[in-house]
Design a protein around this ligand. Structure first.
Ligand code: ADP
Length: 482
């Protein structure tokens, strides 16, 4: 049984216009613990009607929120940040219970989530416009930034708090209001954040959270002309669907979609640093992040030493329920997720891959981290996002070959490269068709830097000073002064 120091953080109702509501028809959805399949509780199963009311509440709250100064909005965001940190332990425990990740990672995610509120609390005060030198003496040309308006956010289960903060932070800082639909698997983290938004003094209707029927909620959000922007993090398939749905009302969109990250290790790399980097880039969150190393390319000269060291490190990973002390790899989110990784593993072995370690299914959702040598582009793990603890090693000979292989995907989110040759590091940074490149490190996400992808990995950027632009409109004012 999950016990929290502050039991009221565990909300089983949705926040709409400052009220905690149930579904109109009283329907609920179970929330389960992926570590053991036990039921944690139930949250409302809302549909279109309740979502429309949430949008109305966000619209009603917009004028007053927009009219506050950026400094005032920043003060409230800062309070929200402080409350996340004050309740870090409870929020982490809730997250591990519903999502599965090890407690240490869950604590880290709460800190990461809070960092977006802090960053955007400050960044909101710097949404500068321009004064443009006029071609005519009697005219003045000005550019000002204004909030987009009511925003809708649809978020995934892999980072149940951070993906909300990365959207709500800039939206609120810019003067927008927001309706958030968290993933069905992880509603408690979202509802706890909503509870803390209220405690921070963020006015009713500025932050709304609706749980329930994904398709119906998504439809209500995308059809509504009141919603001026949709921000989504999730699979490329659902992202494409939502993009199409947004076309009819020509909404602004931000999309953080799938990845297929190459992790490239050249002969001249520092072997131990590369191992440390790949362990982080591959196995964090049990491999369930969109920036996880998906395809590990290792140059022929260092390949065997790298494979042996990686297998050794992977064998040491402690797999088990995330709530247990010292666990490094928790369960996958559900049995279907584990099935998909096993399918990729079987496919790789059937096509000549060699299993160096792991690959053992334990119960419905646990999988011991696996390393496969001899991976080839014909395998499913080359073309598909794995989203699990499977590390395929592809041997390569030269730079041109590996750049071509790394770019041979429709995705373009994160890429990693290990080399001590400065020229090569520079060439690779430019040649890799990815939105983010880690050189000699396996962890690139931070609130100060722009997160996002190219190609089918998405549209827009989150975090950094660029992150608030996605929530602002540019208005041009041409003033005659004669
Ligand atoms: P995953 O496969 O990792 O669960 P999804 O893209 O399915 O990723 O889920 C990301 C978010 O999108 C979740 O909040 C989910 O409920 C939501 N979602 C899934 N399908 C739809 C849909 N048709 N309309 C709106 N939201 C959806």
């Amino acid at each position: 049984m999950l016990t929290l120091k502050d039991a009221t953080l565990r909300r089983e109702a949705c926040l709409v216009g400052g009220e905690w509501i149930a579904a109109d028809d009283g329907r609920v959805d179970d929330v389960t613990n992926p570590a053991d399949g036990s039921r944690l509780g139930r949250v409302p199963r809302l549909g279109e009607a309740e979502t429309r009311r949430a949008i109305d509440a966000a619209e009603a709250a917009l004028p007053a929120w927009r009219a506050r100064s950026a400094k005032e909005r920043g003060t409230l965001l800062r309070r929200w940040h402080d409350l996340l940190l004050a309740h870090q332990e409870d929020l982490a425990a809730l997250m591990t219970a519903e999502q599965g990740k090890p407690l240490a990672e869950a604590r880290g995610e709460i800190g990461f989530a809070a960092s977006f509120f802090e960053w955007f609390a400050e960044e909101g005060r710097r949404t500068y416009g321009d004064v443009i030198p006029s071609p005519q003496g009697d005219r003045r040309l000005l550019v000002v930034k204004q909030p987009v308006g009511v925003c809708a956010a649809i978020t995934p289960w892999n980072f149940p708090a951070a993906m909300i903060a990365r959207k709500a932070g800039p939206a609120l800082a810019a003067g927008c209001t927001i309706v958030i639909k968290p993933a069905a698997q992880t509603p408690y983290s979202a509802l706890a954040l909503a509870e803390l938004a209220q405690r921070a003094g963020i006015p009713a209707g500025v932050v709304n959270v609706v749980t329930g029927e994904a398709r119906a909620i998504g439809r209500a959000m995308t059809e509504s002309p009141k919603v001026r922007k949709l921000t989504f993090t999730g699979s490329t398939g659902v992202g494409k669907l939502l993009l199409r749905q947004c076309a009819d009302t020509v909404k602004k969109v931000s999309m953080e979609l799938g990845g297929n990250a190459p992790f490239i290790v050249f002969d001249d790399a520092d072997l131990e640093k590369a191992i440390e980097g790949v362990m982080q880039a591959k196995f964090r969150n049990a491999g369930q992040t969109c920036v996880c190393a998906n395809r590990i390319f290792v140059q022929a000269g260092i390949h065997d030493a790298f494979a042996a060291r990686l297998a050794e490190e992977v064998a040491r990973l402690r797999v088990g329920p995330g709530a247990e002390e010292g666990i490094q790899v928790g369960p996958l989110i559900d049995a279907a997720a584990a099935d998909k990784v096993v399918e990729q593993l079987d496919d790789a072995l059937a096509k000549g891959g060699e299993l160096l370690v792991g690959g053992e299914r334990r119960g419905a959702t646990f999988l011991t981290p696996a390393v496969i040598a001899g991976a080839t582009p014909q395998m499913a793990c080359f073309g598909e996002e794995t989203f699990g603890p499977l590390a395929p090693l592809f041997r390569f000979e030269d730079e041109a070959e590996v750049v071509a292989l790394a770019n041979a995907t429709e995705y373009g989110l994160a890429a990693y490269c290990y080399t001590r040759d400065l020229g090569r590091a520079w060439r690779l940074s430019e040649a890799l068709e990815y939105g983010m490149v880690g050189i000699n490190n396996g962890h690139v996400s931070t609130c100060e830097a722009p997160f996002g992808g190219v190609k089918q990995s998405g549209l827009g950027r989150e975090g950094a000073h660029q992150g608030i632009e996605d929530y602002l409109e540019t208005k041009y004012i041409n003033m005659a002064i004669d």
